[in-house]
Design a binder for this molecule. Structure first.
Ligand code: LMR
Length: 334
């Protein structure tokens, strides 16, 4: 009897010892990993959300890094995430480029209506010396731009009326991601603008504090904007491209082989994001159409041309801020 008891105690001791050793080892192993916090403002089922998950999967697999994802503004909203990156409270963010306007106004190039002819044109631009120069300009502010992730062209959604011609915009109050060119665009069409963080848009639409906004199909769908704004106008007005960034302090703390692992995972996640972006946007459009909650209208080429004409003066008035050479080059790309 005594022997059985002693054996039981021995087994219990061994199990407890092994469990403690396992936990301790796991703790040490994890403590030795380099933590990478990645914060962003969109849902998981978006090109950005999915690419973040891919990046985590790839980088975690190296055994060197421990990536923690914070989607849907759960950690930081638009403005805060930029400050948090600067302070190294997060190590990666991927804001839409227009949100970098305060650091370099040239990033508003994505907001120039009807400038980029296609997804390829945008990708080529950001891979060019001109795009790279803009990325490099952010080092002054402590940021390092590491990739461009597209989310495509923007379409307007609003609660008041179908938008078929420039005059239809008169009097609308539209949310914009940042001031500057987007504000000027709306003014040119006779609409007002309100700069607002992405996380606040649904509530603002729902309470009718704003009448509408432009965004990608994917953001309209995953944020349920289409459930509270009835009219969707397809016109491919401007773009949402993301700049994936880290900060200088974090980057410089990595050894060259760690930087290589990081860069490699980012390259693969970028290819993945690009392969998803158009598909997910198409799917989102289908979901919105099928819901019956939104009336979808596609501008005819002639109607679109009216918008091109109405907004053409913006090229001249933003030439100095964005750079004529940048605008001309972007325009030349097919
Ligand atoms: C927005 O604020 O509308 C977008 O930039 C959100 C996003 O990250 O796609």
């Amino acid at each position: 009897m005594k022997r059985i008891k002693a054996r039981k105690t021995g087994v219990v001791f061994t199990v407890v010892f092994l469990a403690a050793a396992f936990l301790l080892y796991g703790g040490i192993a994890n403590a030795q990993k380099i933590e990478v916090k990645f914060s962003h403002v969109v849902a998981d089922m978006t090109p950005k959300g999915q690419a973040c998950m891919k990046f985590k999967e790839l980088l975690d697999k190296t055994g060197v890094f421990d990536v923690k994802l914070y989607p849907s503004s759960m950690l930081y909203g638009d403005k805060e995430e930029l400050e948090a990156l600067r302070a190294n409270n997060v190590q990666v963010i991927a804001p839409s480029m227009t949100k970098m306007v305060g650091f370099n106004p040239q990033f508003q190039i994505v907001d120039m209506p009807f400038l980029f002819a296609s997804e390829d044109a945008a990708e080529t631009f950001w891979a060019s010396d001109k795009g790279k120069e803009m990325f490099n300009s952010l080092r002054r502010a402590g940021f390092i731009g590491i990739a461009q992730w597209p989310n495509g062209f923007t379409q307007f959604i609003n609660q008041k009326r179908p938008l078929k011609k420039p005059e239809d915009f008169k009097g609308l109050k539209l949310r914009v991601q940042s001031g500057g060119l987007l504000d000027a665009r709306n003014k040119t069409l006779g609409a007002g603008s309100q700069t607002m963080a992405f996380a606040e848009v649904y509530q603002a639409l729902n309470s009718k504090a704003i009448d509408g906004l432009d965004n990608t199909f994917n953001n309209h769908e995953t944020m349920k904007f289409y459930e509270v704004a009835k009219y969707l106008t397809i016109g491919n007005f401007t773009r949402i491209d993301y700049i994936v960034m880290t900060n200088v302090k974090f980057w410089d703390s990595l050894k060259p082989d760690q930087q290589n692992l990081f860069t490699d995972a980012m390259k693969q996640a970028t290819a993945y994001e690009r392969s998803l972006s158009e598909d997910l946007n198409d799917k989102s459009l289908e979901i919105m159409k099928k819901s019956g909650k939104v009336e979808v209208y596609t501008l005819t080429p002639a109607e679109r041309q009216e918008f091109v004409k109405a907004l053409a003066p913006l090229y001249k008035s933003y030439e100095d801020k964005i750079g004529k050479a940048n605008l001309d080059y972007a325009k030349s790309l097919k």
